[in-house]
Design a protein around this ligand. Structure first.
Ligand SMILES: [Zn+2]
Length: 299
């Protein structure tokens, strides 16, 4: 276990002003391309799911979806924001071999952005692994490109970020917002609102708790899934770190762990598009291993 007290954050494209204006709505379209290997409603759903997660961590941003457009992402006029697939040969001639590309313009702040996707890799997954894997790949790459569209560059040290690309594991790794990303969005756009024991559960049930009170400090915590014992799901603390005080402002957590408590109630856990309330009990005195004693779907 490592205790990273000064987490490295992904750099901004423009460290001074390259962020969206939080005072005006950010209007965007989805490009309904005939070359898109992703079904239109699935593509829109993936974008909206990612946007909902991002808005939890950057709640001051106000995105407004404007519907479908027939204008290719590379050809959008200034002042707009667009997400879509670009013709294969156009994408390759402009941006080479990558899966997705986000392009951001800024003057005093970001005023124009687009996300362009290359159809071929998604078509390949569609043919070899099926539609749900292709949609999953798009969702993950889209989340990474959302990061770029918000003004964030790659993070080339460690892998605790959707913006990690070196070492780059796979699109599966980019599909979940991690604590580094949360800190970055709070640093960039500020935080207003209330976060109560909110967690993100990865596909493999890795649990990310962005803010938790423990011994008079705010921590982020990553817990790995250890399987079931006597029918109860067990997790152990894999990594944790202090959230710097200047990021922790206005964030409240209803949960506490460690010496203070052997019971952990997470009021809102987000997994595969649904929300759950989880109750965990510590099963060792150091409170590094926990079991889920109750899980309720939030309707
Ligand atoms: Zn990237």
């Amino acid at each position: 276990m490592t205790h990273d007290l000064s987490p490295q954050l992904p750099p901004l494209f423009n460290s001074v002003q390259g962020i969206w204006d939080v005072n005006s709505p950010i209007k965007f379209h989805y490009h309904n391309s005939m070359h898109s290997p992703i079904e239109v409603t699935a593509g829109i759903q993936a974008i909206m799911d990612n946007l909902a997660v991002i808005k939890l961590f950057a709640p001051r941003l106000n995105f407004e979806y404007q519907g479908l457009t027939s204008t290719a992402p590379a050809l959008i006029p200034n002042g707009q924001f667009e997400i879509g697939f670009t013709r294969e040969e156009l994408f390759r001639s402009r941006w080479g071999l990558s899966w997705g590309y986000a392009y951001v313009w800024w003057a005093s702040h970001i005023y124009d952005s687009m996300q362009s996707y290359r159809p071929a890799p998604f078509l390949n997954i569609l043919e070899t692994q099926g539609v749900s894997e292709a949609n999953h790949a798009f969702r993950a790459i889209n989340l990474h490109e959302w990061g770029h569209s918000l003004g964030v560059n790659h993070l080339n040290s460690g892998q605790h970020s959707i913006m990690a690309n070196n070492p780059y594991n796979s699109w599966k790794f980019q599909g979940i917002l991690r604590w580094t990303d949360m800190l970055q969005y709070w640093r960039t756009y500020g935080y207003s609102g209330e976060m109560k024991g909110y967690v993100l559960l990865d596909e493999d049930l890795t649990m990310y708790i962005p803010s938790m009170e423990w011994a008079n400090a705010e921590y982020w915590i990553e817990m790995s899934y250890d399987g079931t014992v006597n029918g109860s799901h067990q997790f152990s603390v894999k990594d944790l770190g202090v959230i710097p005080e200047h990021y922790a402002v206005q964030i409240t957590s209803c949960a506490s762990i460690g010496p203070k408590s052997s019971r952990l109630v997470i009021t809102e856990a987000f997994w595969k598009g649904s929300r759950y309330t989880l109750t965990l009990e510590a099963i060792n005195t150091a409170a590094t291993t926990w079991k889920v004693v109750n899980a309720e779907l939030i309707p």
